[in-house]
Design a binder for this molecule. Structure first.
Ligand code: HEC
Length: 112
């Protein structure tokens, strides 16, 4: 009997602390310039990620934004933004890491 267990070679999943650490580095290289060190954004220019109701509402939309960028009017925590975020050139793994970092770093969804 051939032992075909070896045919299954899924990549080794990273642990949560590994993802957060890698995501922090990726955040500092890519997102930080616009969304700022603590995800607070810049008023009227770059929406916040920290405590963002928009980010927290839909994780798939967040992945899509990092993959493809975002234009057009959006409302984040009651404030309107209408700007352009370019698509970020990250691998799927880096996107997973950076969003894991974002979702686990700052207070998410503060009721105003
Ligand atoms: C060049 C500046 C820039 C960079 C770099 C950038 N963004 Fe953005 N981002 C924006 C702008 C501008 C918007 C709002 C777009 C609009 O008005 O439609 C936005 C919107 C978002 C949103 C949805 C709104 C919100 O605040 O929840 C998310 C999520 C997001 N960015 C995540 C990221 C992540 C994660 C990275 C790094 C991988 C990143 N962005 C890098 C400028 C940037």
């Amino acid at each position: 009997m051939p032992n075909d267990k070896s045919a299954v070679t899924a990549p080794k999943p990273s642990s949560l602390p590994e993802r957060i650490a890698a995501g922090k580095i990726a955040y500092g290289k890519t997102c930080f310039a616009c969304h700022q060190a603590n995800g607070e954004g810049v008023t009227n220019a770059f929406p916040p990620l920290a405590a963002s109701d928009y980010l927290n509402a839909d994780v798939n939309r967040a992945i899509d934004i990092v993959l493809h960028g975002k234009t057009g009017e959006i409302t984040v925590n009651g404030k309107k933004y209408n700007s352009v975020m370019t698509a970020q050139t990250l691998t799927d793994d880096e996107i997973a890491n950076v969003l894991t970092y974002v979702y686990s770093s700052w207070e998410i969804v503060k009721k105003m």
